[in-house]
Design a protein around this ligand. Structure first.
Ligand code: UDP
Length: 237
């Protein structure tokens, strides 16, 4: 089986970096993710990553505790930069060239987000890690993933989770839960399935970007997904 996707946008939630910890970053888990990314870049696949921040700070939670929502969201965005730099470190330790670009300027630690520059990095086979979400409060990193994927002409979004796809109900609560092999954007939106938030799904739908939802904790899954293997659930037109 050959490579099906040559430019991929990988969406990692903050929780994906947390492993079994209750908060923060598990360096061993991050190393495992870096190894999976290295495996596909060694095959010439171009990888851009949007990373979340839920392992450190979430704007909605801050707002629920009484903070100003926009301020809390900016803190959440800054949290994602910590994750982006952690991923950068893990990738570079194993010889994968990377660039971090942030949507909120932090020029001492990262480049600003410049679309054309990001695309040039990808052409040069550098992994581009997008930090600070979209730079706007009231958005999520899922929406950022859809936005950046459209901007950089990614062929697909890989939405890495801890479950092996999308189910009709929570598989942890209901043993009868059924996993979908494929879904349409419309079905996801109409049934409010928790693939990505609805803004992200709508953006993917408008721009015809398929989403592959799969379990990142299974080794080789990124590689298998790149080869077009059925590793989880695919959402498309
Ligand atoms: N955030 C934001 N605008 C964006 C992306 C993220 O304000 O474009 C903030 C928001 O507060 C969010 C936090 O950053 O709660 C962390 O991102 P997210 O919750 O999407 O991370 P994940 O769930 O993927 O870990």
């Amino acid at each position: 089986m050959g490579i099906v996707y040559r430019r991929v946008l990988l969406k990692l939630s903050g929780e994906a970096l947390m492993g079994d910890l209750a908060y923060g970053i598990d360096p061993g888990v991050v190393q495992g993710i870096a190894e999976q990314v290295a495996e596909v870049t060694s095959k010439g696949v171009e990888v851009a990553i949007v990373v979340g921040g839920g392992n450190i700070f979430r704007g909605v939670k801050g707002a629920a505790a009484g903070m100003d929502r926009a301020t809390a969201d900016y803190i959440g965005m800054i949290a994602t930069v910590m994750n982006a730099m952690t991923l950068q470190d893990a990738l570079e330790q194993i010889g994968v060239p990377t660039r971090v670009q942030t949507a909120i300027s932090m020029q001492e630690v990262a480049e600003p987000y410049i679309r054309r520059r990001a695309m040039r990095h990808l052409e040069k086979k550098r992994v581009v890690i997008f930090g600070a979400g979209s730079g706007n409060p009231f958005f999520t990193t899922d929406t950022t993933a859809a936005l950046r994927a459209a901007e950089i002409d990614a062929e697909v979004i890989f939405k890495a989770t801890k479950v092996d796809g999308v189910y009709d109900c929570d598989p942890h609560q209901n043993p009868e839960a059924r996993r979908y092999e494929s879904l349409t954007y419309g079905h996801v939106l109409a049934n409010d399935l928790r693939v990505m938030d609805s803004t992200a799904i709508a953006l993917c739908k408008e721009n015809n970007i398929p989403i592959v939802v799969f379990d990142l904790t299974v080794k080789n899954n990124i590689c298998r997904a790149v080869m077009g293997e059925k590793v989880g659930t695919i959402v498309g037109g």
